[in-house]
Design a binder for this molecule. Structure first.
Ligand SMILES: [Zn+2]
Length: 193
């Protein structure tokens, strides 16, 4: 098993933890941003993290790994490969998270859901619902990063490799705004290296 320090280093060494002034989807501002694809672009790093999921759930009798698109597809693939089982993904169809492409989870199938970074848990919760609606039994959730500040409760055994406490601010109270640091919207343009 990897230690928390080792996992933290895996994120920081590849530049996934960015420092600056970021506009989040919620409208809040933050001085730090976790760019998951800085990690997921490296197969070796990704594989090392998925090995943690595979090890932590090795006695759970998992039969299928499911991840919500987009990051969850990569994690589900690699975790499934390591566990020697099938991996599939959910994606949005008309706004609703669903199993498409002929993916099937038979009733009673023991499922592990994997996801990258969770703040409110919306996507992962919808992914669990999509699996449960077919009769699948979600017995565990593996997360790369839980940044819910301890608020996350998915109702099943959840293993988070990292817990990140990243402060967020209203624009009116944002210290970076006060210092006139350039505001960046992650995903919309080139991020600082
Ligand atoms: Zn700001």
């Amino acid at each position: 098993m990897l230690t928390t320090d080792e996992i933290t280093a895996m994120f920081t060494d590849c530049g996934a933890l960015l420092q600056g002034h970021f506009l989040l989807t919620s409208g809040l501002h933050s001085g730090q941003y976790l760019e998951k694809f800085r990690v997921l672009q490296h197969p070796k790093l990704t594989s090392g993290l998925c090995r943690e999921f595979a090890e932590r759930f090795q006695d759970a009798g998992i039969q299928v790994v499911v991840g919500p698109a987009t990051g969850g597809i990569i994690l589900a693939f690699e975790t499934g490969r390591l566990m020697g089982i099938r991996s599939i993904f959910t994606e949005r169809e008309n706004g609703k998270m669903s199993l498409r492409r002929g993916f099937h989870v038979a009733p009673g199938t023991r499922v592990l859901v994997v996801e990258d970074i969770v703040t409110t848990g919306g996507s992962v919760r919808e992914c669990i619902e999509a699996v449960c609606s077919t009769g699948g039994d979600v017995v565990g959730v593996g997360l790369l990063v839980d940044r819910s500040n301890g608020k996350l409760d998915l109702g099943v055994r959840t293993e988070s490799l990292l817990r990140a406490n990243i402060p967020t601010f209203l624009e009116s109270e944002c210290p970076m705004c006060a210092h006139r640091v350039e505001l960046v919207k992650p995903g919309s343009r080139e991020l600082p290296v």
